[in-house]
Ligand binder design. Structure first.
Ligand code: NAD
Length: 483
């Protein structure tokens, strides 16, 4: 099956921070793939804007190197690469000063879609927004893309929203959470709302509990100082895990449109119960045979910041009352694996003597391979009576769609193209972000007030022992973390 390419209008995309890690690792290699897929109309331009003193040719060469380093098989398309690089320009700019702004103003066209990607520290958002307006570069139709972290608490998130709102309407602001751009996350909505099978069962009458795990094998080395000021709660739970929780738990929106979807997600966040302190386990990874401990990576021997968190939460509404949601994320874990699991209730009675009924389990895999499977009970083949086994009905896209080469678009590529199309459905709205912080802040404040010390855990494990107990106490167990 060949992926359909939906055309977009001609655009000027300015990437502030165009020489930075994110731009080189994700944004530009992603745009190169969209270019090759025929999704960049003739005349569209990408303009890197950053502090380094470069001209267009030097920037093109930097991005060519980035494609070599971070691109996939498409990097072998030499002709394609040459044509793509010809669409790139560069402006040396000072977000806090005057340098470069007149040059940028001259470059940007009014009769095409304009998007400004703020791939810089959030402390620069206000400076960029102000200068885009002052130099009459942005128009009421321009779009602004902002990266995480969106604040470090409710107060700072409100301040950022206020800064952006001074210059732009909410309909112009695209807050990225790249988890929402993943193919499987959108497929979750297709499965839920496009089939008769699941929605009738998607509630507390049939669902026993839901688990969301985002496990990473890497430590925080390299960005330890930054991470130490945030921790797993701010870095992962407040944004990525809560967004996944919203999509799994929200009511069906009346249509798959930006405000309809975001209204329903907001209701989920607002219905989250405050968490009991004994329903949270915080952890910090220890040193391994050849890996440093969290405190060494963070260069903070007295750090109380968590590199792991597991928690149980509930949603106070008719659909989910009584159903626990277990969330877990951590660094230096056993495998790199992100998964959402819906565990359905077991049948009350088994008609097969000596065989207990096994629950149906829907697993949605986000990484390393995107796909879904549904555990169903069947008879174990062969003679020897009626023995039951649970087997997965595999819904891995490549297999199911009959083409192992089918392209699963990277989250960043999809989201950037949505910006150009003007589709905000997969972006967080300001009130959503604030509601998420309003739920997270008291939890963090509680730790700070109690001087809560995270439990250490072995690198390559599934976190501290207490995290296992969180489910054991409820007669449940975590899904295996496997890559
Ligand atoms: P980086 O430090 O690698 O790059 C920063 C960029 O900003 C550089 O291009 C630099 O020239 C530019 N810059 C800094 N000060 C400037 C100024 N005064 N005027 C003009 N340009 C200036 O940072 P990064 O890792 O690319 O991250 C960029 C943003 O994306 C940050 O907000 C970060 O939190 C977020 N983010 C990054 C990643 C990632 O994987 N790197 C992932 C998610 C979110």
């Amino acid at each position: 099956m060949v992926a359909r390419v939906i055309p977009v209008d001609t655009f000027d995309l300015v990437i502030f921070g165009g020489t930075g890690d994110l731009a080189r690792r994700k944004i530009l290699p992603g745009l190169f793939r969209r270019f090759l897929a025929g999704q960049m109309p003739d005349g569209s331009r990408i303009i890197g804007a950053a502090r380094s003193d470069l001209d267009d040719a030097a920037y093109q060469s930097m991005i060519s190197d980035a494609i070599d380093e971070f691109g996939g098989p498409e990097k072998d398309d030499k002709e394609g690469r040459k044509a793509f690089l010809a669409c790139l320009g560069y402006v040396q700019i000072d977000a806090k000063g005057t340098d470069g702004w007149k040059d940028l103003a001259k470059l940007i066209r009014e009769n095409v879609v304009q998007a400004f990607y703020f791939s810089v520290a959030p402390s620069l958002f206000g400076d960029l927004a102000e200068r885009l307006m002052k130099h009459k570069i942005a128009t009421p139709h321009s779009r602004v893309v902002v990266e995480k972290p969106f604040g470090r608490d409710l107060e700072s998130a409100k301040a950022l929203n206020k800064t952006l709102a001074t210059h732009f309407d909410e309909s112009q602001i695209y807050r990225i959470d790249h988890y929402l751009g993943k193919e499987t996350v959108q497929n979750l909505m297709a499965v839920r709302f496009g089939n008769v099978l699941f929605e009738p069962l998607w509630n507390n009458h049939y669902v026993d509990h839901i688990q969301i795990t985002v496990a990473e094998t890497v430590g925080v080395g390299g960005r330890g100082a930054y991470y130490d000021r945030s921790g797993a709660m701010r870095d992962m739970v407040q944004n990525h895990l809560m967004q996944l929780l919203c999509l799994i738990a929200m009511e069906p929106p009346s249509q798959f449109g930006a405000d309809a979807v975001r209204d329903e997600k907001l209701k989920v966040i607002r219905a989250l119960q405050p968490i009991e302190p004994h329903h949270i386990v915080r952890g910090q990874y220890d040193a391994g045979a050849d890996t440093a401990s969290y405190r060494e990576d963070a260069e903070n021997p007295r750090s109380f910041t968590e590199s792991f968190i597991a928690m149980k939460t509930h949603i106070s509404n008719w659909r989910w009352s009584g159903v626990p949601f277990y969330l877990r994320t951590g660094k230096r874990m056993k495998a790199r694996s992100s998964e959402i699991t819906v565990v359905f209730q077991s049948l009350g009675h088994s008609i097969f003597e000596g065989e207990e009924s096994l629950p149906n389990i829907l697993s949605i895999h986000l990484q390393p391979n995107e796909g879904m499977d549904l555990q169903v009970t069947i008879k174990e083949p062969g003679p020897g009576g009626m023995r039951l086994v649970s087997v997965p009905l595999d819904m891995t896209f490549a297999d199911a769609l009959g083409d192992s080469d089918i392209e699963v678009t990277d989250a960043y590529e999809r989201l950037i193209m949505d910006v150009i199309r003007g589709n905000q459905t997969l972006f967080m709205r300001g009130d959503e972000v604030e509601a998420a912080w309003a739920w997270t802040d008291p939890i963090i404040a509680g730790w700070e007030a109690r001087n809560d010390v995270p439990k250490t855990y072995e690198p390559g494990s599934t976190g501290p022992e207490d995290a296992l107990m969180l489910l054991h106490r409820d007669g449940r167990k975590w899904r295996e973390v496997k890559g």
